[in-house]
Design a protein around this ligand. Structure first.
Ligand code: ATP
Ligand code: MG
Length: 141
């Protein structure tokens, strides 16, 4: 399935995305540099009601946000694997602990450590079509 979106309708797109992703906990967001992964994750977090600042975890590797769902406090991990070399570095950075913690994990540059992703991860692909439009492809890989 594919959706085209701009910054003007990114929140509606994120709302649809959550409906399609269903119960998926680990969401791998593929796309080249500057494609809009962080920007889309920001929208996904907005829809969940995250109030923390959603910023690129390029230096920290893992950002942790909180939100409430049906009155229960929940966590989202925003993970950027760009700076990691391989799976071993990812494990050392504590990524696997997040991935198997049953919290939602939104992952940029998942191709850096594909082997540590759970088999039921939900994969999405963002492509630049022009300066304002992005194409989002979704589904299980
Ligand atoms: N429809 C759109 N969706 C997302 N970003 C868009 C869109 N239109 C324009 N942009 C712009 O494109 C840029 C995307 O940058 P962003 O940091 O989200 O990319 P990224 O994929 O996370 O890059 P990196 O691989 O470096 O982490 C932002 O400046 C954003 O404002
Ligand atoms: Mg980014």
């Amino acid at each position: 399935m594919e959706m085209i979106f701009t910054l003007d309708n990114i929140k509606e797109t994120a709302t649809r995305f959550w409906k399609i992703a269903g119960d998926a906990k680990v969401i791998a967001l593929h796309g080249e540099m500057g494609a809009g992964k962080t920007t889309f994750i920001h929208a996904l977090c907005d829809v969940k009601g995250v109030k923390d600042a959603v910023t690129s975890p390029t230096f920290s590797i893992i950002n942790e946000y909180s939100y409430t769902e049906n009155g229960i406090a929940r966590k989202i991990f925003h993970i950027d694997l760009y700076r990691l070399k391989d799976e071993e570095e990812a494990i050392q950075a504590g990524i696997a602990d997040c991935l198997y913690s049953d919290n939602i994990c939104l992952i940029e540059w998942p191709e850096k450590a594909p082997g540590i992703l759970p088999g039921d991860s939900f994969h999405a692909f963002i492509k630049v079509t022009d300066s304002a439009n992005r194409k989002l492809g979704i589904g299980h890989k």
